[in-house]
Design a protein around this ligand. Structure first.
Ligand SMILES: [Zn+2]
Length: 306
């Protein structure tokens, strides 16, 4: 599942991220912009999730689904790619989420192998910045022996997200289908708590990386603006997980924990991204996972980079 490219460029001030290089020609905001980066280029697949159209789009009109998937059968398989952003910045190797690990879904949990193929060992990862704590983003912090997968990493996590998943009443309060998610988070988050740094929305967990609260999918879900001079990139985590979630932001997505708030967040992000023409990287979109959102006369649409 992994597609890795490695390119060495002959100068600093180049940021490499998810298979695409972005020249940092000038620093617009020296206090916050990412700069002084070295030059290797990687994109990291964690495999994919094997879901169904009926699970991810429980309320979608059947005629629209039929046009997209050529069938109205809710059991139609939908394979959702999992692509983990990796950022090399100066002497740091930063992952955005940790993948699914070995215990969630057989088709996922390939991140360490993808990193290895690119010449990066798990113990070289210096930082993991989390969008949220669902299994396909968090459970990869531990391996099949229940040891830390990335033993030298520092973990950066929104305080609100951590507090929700570790709350003493959370397991009892969530619906049945989320209890496995909560139990999995509660067995893993204490493992990383000592090496964790918590932040509030709007903070910069690391220099040049701005946390933007984007709740609904989970209570403390965060997106991240990478302030790269001349070519900023917004990582939206699971705000969008399929091109149809851009086209139809009001549709319920199967794993959104609060559909009303998730819909508001999607709409707000669409407006911002389309207006600013921001380049976006999305965890579950088809590889390479980069694109833009265009506000067309027939509604917004995802424009995939090739
Ligand atoms: Zn996800």
């Amino acid at each position: 599942m992994s597609v890795i490219h490695s390119v060495t460029l002959g100068r600093r001030a180049v940021l490499q991220f998810l298979g695409v290089s972005m020249a940092v020609a000038a620093i617009n905001n020296p206090r916050s912009a990412l700069s002084d980066t070295t030059a290797k280029q990687k994109m990291c697949s964690d495999g994919h999730l094997a879901l169904t159209t009926g699970f991810v789009f429980p309320d979608a009109p059947s005629d629209v689904l039929a046009a997209e998937f050529k069938t109205t059968d809710p059991a139609t398989p939908l394979l959702l790619p999992c692509t983990v952003p990796l950022l090399r910045h100066d002497d740091r190797l930063i992952l955005f989420d940790a993948g699914a690990g070995p215990a969630f879904m057989e088709s996922a949990g390939r991140l360490v192998a993808s990193l290895k193929s690119a010449g990066v060992e798990a113990d070289q990862i210096t930082d993991i910045v989390f969008t949220h704590c669902h299994p396909d983003h968090l459970w990869g912090v531990t391996d099949e022996f229940n040891e830390l997968t990335f033993p030298n990493a520092r973990y950066h996590l929104a305080r609100k997200e951590y507090d929700f998943w570790t709350g003493k009443d959370t397991l009892q309060s969530v619906p049945e289908h989320l209890k496995t998610f909560v139990a999995g988070a509660q067995s893993r988050l204490p493992r990383i708590a000592e090496r964790a740094k918590f932040f509030e929305n709007g903070a910069q967990p690391l220099a040049g990386i701005e946390a933007i609260g984007s709740p609904g999918h989970t209570p403390g879900h965060c997106s991240y603006m990478l302030h790269i001079a001349g070519d900023p990139v917004l990582l939206t985590g699971d705000v969008f997980s399929h091109p149809l979630t851009v086209r139809h932001p009001k549709w319920r997505w199967g794993t959104d924990q609060d559909s009303t708030i998730a819909t508001q967040t999607r709409q707000r992000m669409i407006d911002r991204i389309a207006a600013d023409r921001t380049r976006v990287a999305v965890y579950h979109m088809p590889p390479p996972g980069f694109g833009r959102i265009e506000a067309g006369s027939n509604g917004p649409s995802w424009v995939q980079e090739t």
